[in-house]
Design a protein around this ligand. Structure first.
Ligand SMILES: Cc1cc2nc3c(=O)[nH]c(=O)nc-3n(C[C@H](O)[C@H](O)[C@H](O)COP(=O)(O)O)c2cc1C
Length: 128
């Protein structure tokens, strides 16, 4: 069988195979909080058999979000909606991962379908 489908152990963590899902920003969070979108987006990769499923770039402070739709972990309340997602991934045999990030000078852009330009009044009106 291909090595791709062989388990792999790294520093005490065993992956059921070597398939890893890259973090993919969804621009669907509100105030950095995960929701059903993230549950479904990430959960389907666990159901599909991936060994490691990364949650998208998750901002360590509000100003470090690339867009207002990014996930965040800058306040304790943001843990609660992520926890059941991580549990679901683990229950389905995948290792849950997360990419912590800060967008630096690229932070606070509008979402891609709005042109990745600086946040403007329309965005503030729509998303507070
Ligand atoms: C919809 C989408 C969202 C992405 N979001 C992130 C992200 O949150 N963090 C990141 O590092 N890369 C992000 N990427 C880049 C992917 O991680 C990158 O395409 C992948 O690592 C490329 O892997 P490959 O060279 O094996 O194809 C995103 C890519 C796509 C298509």
């Amino acid at each position: 069988m291909s090595a791709l489908f062989q388990p792999l152990s790294l520093r005490g963590v065993t992956f059921r195979n070597r398939i890893a899902i890259s973090p993919m920003s969804q621009y669907r969070a509100r105030d950095g909080y995960a929701n059903a979108w993230h549950q479904v987006h990430l959960g389907r990769f666990a159901l599909g058999g991936a060994g490691l499923v990364f949650a998208e770039a998750t901002a360590v402070e509000a100003d470090g979000r690339r867009t207002h739709g990014d996930l965040g972990l800058w306040e304790d309340g943001q843990i609660a909606p992520l926890a059941p997602i991580a549990k679901f991934l683990a229950d389905e045999g995948a290792v849950p991962g997360i990419q912590l990030g800060h967008a630096g000078r690229k932070a606070s852009e509008r979402r891609p379908w709005h042109g990745e330009t600086p946040v403007d009044a329309e965005d503030e009106a729509e998303r507070d």
